[in-house]
Design a protein around this ligand. Structure first.
Ligand code: SF4
Length: 143
């Protein structure tokens, strides 16, 4: 199966702080499936490192109050385009991210609190019929 995956889960240092979040089973997953890595925030034109941002309703803002909604939307559209182009049947995305998070994201107060919701990319992919999973569900693809 072809799977769209958050690039930071494969060890790419594309996070806002210039770090990565490699998943310990990413290598095993890559032997079973064809993985298509994307970082929607970079695809949307944001630099690395970049200021942390969180969703506030339909907007995405940095801790300093800059509105970066447009970059997040552009990154989501690029991720969706690549998903379709490469024939991906599912997406495994980094949890809690304002782009990639699914089901639960930071609440927009930069206080570390979570609330129900999806990142901008996860939301668009799901709306377009792509099954989206957080990395804690990755084992499901190894069975
Ligand atoms: Fe990882 Fe997604 Fe954030 Fe890029 S946008 S660093 S892929 S969680």
């Amino acid at each position: 199966m072809r799977i769209l995956i958050s690039a930071c889960l494969l060890g790419c240092r594309c996070r806002y702080d210039g770090a990565s979040k490699p998943h310990p089973l990413a290598g095993v997953l890559a032997r079973h499936h064809t993985l298509i890595p994307v970082c929607p925030e970079q695809l949307g034109g944001l630099s690395t490192p970049r200021p942390p941002a969180e969703r506030r309703g339909d907007r995405v803002v940095t801790r300093e109050g800059q509105d970066v909604t447009e970059q997040y939307r552009r990154g989501a559209e690029e991720a969706l385009r690549l998903c379709h182009l490469m024939g991906c049947e599912a997406a495994i995305l980094k949890e809690r991210s304002p782009s990639c998070g699914c089901g639960s994201i930071y609440d927009g107060t930069f206080s570390g609190r979570m609330h129900p919701g999806d990142g901008v990319t996860a939301e668009l992919l799901a709306r377009c019929g792509i099954p989206v999973y957080g990395e804690t569900k990755l084992e499901k693809f190894l069975k």
